[in-house]
Design a protein around this ligand. Structure first.
Ligand code: ADP
Ligand code: AMP
Length: 221
């Protein structure tokens, strides 16, 4: 099963993708995480991407798409994948569709995690990320058991450089202009499932698992 998580920055895509991946045993692929790994490693891609990431702009389609297609060509994605942060615009959605079509595959479900702007800003300004495994926490909503330490792997937590007021505002503007039209694109294809992501993480996960179950059942009929 091939799943996309759509939604504004801070809607909870990364948080949900991680637990969903554990539940349904599919790889979680976050283009933001892959780009940050390239930045940390000092690769050519990382050097080219960093300036755009710091400003909250999209990294060039060609670079991100090449990186994503390379990842979804790996063997562990054969049973399916959970995409988080890709596609971010119509050109990326079309590139993904045609790459999958060439492999006789397609997207099965697109979850649109819908959250209010007030919630998004509160979430992004308090987000903490593990420097080792990438798990997400929040200063007040989802605090780690030990201060600034990851519950899962013991890695140290940090604030993302792009989670500052100016960049958050720009990321929201870029989202509205570039990514929001994807909702209609997937709605027209009959793939979209909207979820109220303002709710408790466990409630959001339960709803996604229910919809995945329904989709699997209808594929069997
Ligand atoms: P995205 O990947 O969509 O940008 P994240 O998953 O990183 O969003 O979540 C943003 C922040 O909000 C993180 O600090 C996370 O811990 C917190 N968060 C995620 N989902 C919820 C939720 N349902 N309720 C409260 N806080 C949440
Ligand atoms: P995220 O971790 O999804 O919040 O992404 C962080 C930053 O990485 C974004 O603000 C963009 O600069 C860049 N990025 C991540 N995914 C993409 C993508 N699909 N297309 C272009 N840029 C991306």
């Amino acid at each position: 099963m091939n799943i996309i998580l759509l939604g504004p920055p801070g809607a909870g895509k990364g948080t949900q993708a991680r637990v969903l991946a554990e539940n349904i045993k599919l790889p979680h692929i976050s283009t933001g995480d892959l780009l940050r790994q390239n930045v940390s490693a000092g690769s050519e891609l990382g050097r080219r991407a960093q300036e755009f990431m710091n400003k909250g702009e999209l990294v060039a389609d060609a670079l991100v798409t090449e990186m994503l297609l390379e990842r979804i060509n790996q063997d562990d994605t054969r049973p399916g994948f959970i995409l988080d942060g890709y596609p971010r615009n119509l050109a990326q959605a079309k590139a993904l569709d045609s790459a999958l079509e060439n492999k006789n595959r397609s997207i099965d479900i697109v979850f649109y995690l819908d959250a209010s702007e007030e919630v998004i800003i509160q979430r992004l300004s308090g987000r903490l990320v593990c420097s080792k495994c990438g798990a997400n926490y929040h200063i007040t909503n989802m605090p780690p058991k030990v201060k600034m330490t990851c519950d899962r792997c013991g890695g140290s937590l940090y604030h993302r450089a792009d989670d500052n007021e100016t960049t958050i505002k720009n990321r929201l503007a870029v989202y509205r202009k570039e990514s929001h039209p994807l909702i209609q694109y997937y709605e027209d294809k009959g793939k979209l499932k909207s979820i109220l992501a303002d709710k408790d993480p466990a409630v959001v996960l339960r709803e996604m698992l229910r919809l995945i179950g329904d989709t699997r059942d209808s594929a069997k009929v």
